[in-house]
Design a protein around this ligand. Structure first.
Ligand SMILES: Nc1ncnc2c1ncn2[C@@H]1O[C@H](COP(=O)(O)OP(=O)(O)O)[C@@H](O)[C@H]1O
Ligand SMILES: N[C@@H](CCC(=O)OP(=O)(O)O)C(=O)O
Length: 376
């Protein structure tokens, strides 16, 4: 979020996971970590930076409050527990930040808040006002009302979307390991630490193993942090994975110390509208493309034509978002379609000039125009 007054001031999004906010043995709050985090973020705010905290912990704290020893699996129970924990969590944050004279705000988001462009922009305006007022917004998913089909699912993704929305300079993903490794260091003792990932291409080459899940209370494990980093760096946000137990490291990292794993931002960030298409919208279907179409969209920056579509999956309307995949289902891009799924089933594989005869009307020449297409 640009700031007219001070060129040195940065927009910083910090995400802290349940594994750092709670003590692993008891599930009780890790008070010293939270207090140091509050001090660090308040100091950064006072130095002129704009700070947003994305905090997990509603479910973990709710469980501790209710004496539950395991993260609930049933959705209704999880939503009820989150309602207990979120209030408790905010109470703790507000006590600590108030002691430090730092106002905070609670912002609870659901996936559907980002789908509609007007709501997406509205959230942007709210963040801008809060940051302009010197407030630190404390963001979480609104777990109590979120439905499965429309969920961020994990706060790593949420924090990357928030960082992209506000065009942050930095995203810090605080967790219970000191950095990213070539494999899960808990199960692979000789896993190699990774200090720097300089591009999305390099990330693919590293072939990092992440196992299937995270710690006992965490949700996504390392895999969601890596995909969050991809979203953030595509938006031009420098991303760091580092240990949550030492929040003061955030200041050291900002001063240039090589702590944690750094992901360099893409030099030419994807435009705000394309970021909304790629990550704000929820794709309603999939188009499977042949090799020629993949080369055309990914190497030559061309629009997608019907001729390159091998198969169509899902039911969607015109102007909805779909995933563009290779024949095995790997996503390459996302885009807004100019035809609904029913019409696409009829014209897939056909030349554009045949479309009016097949459909009985002259539709768009492209299925996804390059202005509405974004490589993921
Ligand atoms: N390649 C990897 N490098 C580092 N940690 C990994 C890796 N793969 C899996 N992990 C695991 O991910 C865990 C952190 O994820 P998670 O428990 O979801 O944390 P949080 O609650 O901070 O979101 C670590 O405890 C670690 O065991
Ligand atoms: N919204 C959930 C957190 C989901 C989540 O991503 O948790 P974590 O892996 O600990 O960051 C909560 O507040 O419990």
């Amino acid at each position: 979020m640009p700031h007219a007054q001070c060129p040195m001031s940065k927009t910083i999004v910090v995400k802290i996971g349940t594994s750092s906010l709670t003590q692993p043995e008891t599930g009780q709050l890790a008070l010293s970590t939270i207090a140091t985090l509050a001090e660090t973020l308040s100091d950064l705010q006072r130095q002129g930076h704009r700070v947003i905290l994305v905090s997990s912990g509603a479910v973990g704290v709710g469980c501790a409050r209710l004496g539950l020893t395991e993260r609930p699996k049933a959705i209704a129970l999880k939503q009820a527990v989150a309602a207990v924990g979120q209030g408790r969590l905010m109470r703790v944050y507000d006590d600590l930040f108030t002691t430090l004279q730092q106002p905070i705000a609670q912002v609870l988001l659901t996936r559907s808040d980002l789908v509609q462009r007007s709501r997406y922009l509205n959230i942007y305006n709210t963040f801008r006002e809060l940051l302009g007022l010197g407030v630190i917004p404390v963001v979480n998913e609104n777990d109590t009302v979120a439905v499965d089909e429309l969920k961020f699912g994990d706060n790593d993704t949420l924090s990357a979307l928030v960082a992209s929305l506000v065009e942050a300079d930095w995203l810090f993903l605080l967790t219970d390991v000191d950095r990213l490794y070539s494999a899960d260091p808990r199960s692979v003792p000789d896993a190699q630490p990774i200090a720097l990932v300089s591009s999305i291409k390099e990330l693919a080459k590293l072939q990092i193993q992440t196992g299937s899940q995270g710690s006992q209370w965490g949700t996504g494990g390392m895999i969601t942090k890596i995909s969050a980093a991809r979203i953030a760096i595509a938006a031009g946000v420098r991303t760091v994975i580092t240990q949550g137990r030492f929040p003061r490291n955030i200041e050291k990292i900002l001063q240039g110390e090589p702590i944690g794993t750094h992901f360099e931002p893409q030099p030419e960030p994807t435009s705000a509208r394309k970021r909304w298409i790629a990550y704000g919208l929820v794709p309603a279907g999939k188009l499977y493309l042949d090799a020629g179409a993949i080369a055309a969209i990914s190497e030559s920056g061309k629009s997608l034509l019907a001729a390159g579509i091998k198969a169509v999956e899902g039911e969607f309307d015109t102007q909805e978002a779909v995933q563009l995949c290779d024949i095995t289902g790997n996503e390459i891009a996302r885009g807004l379609v100019n035809y609904n799924s029913e019409d696409l089933q009829k014209i897939r594989g056909c030349h554009s000039r045949e479309i009016p005869t097949i459909l009985g009307y002259a539709g768009a020449e492209t299925v996804v125009h390059r202005d509405n297409l974004v490589l993921t």
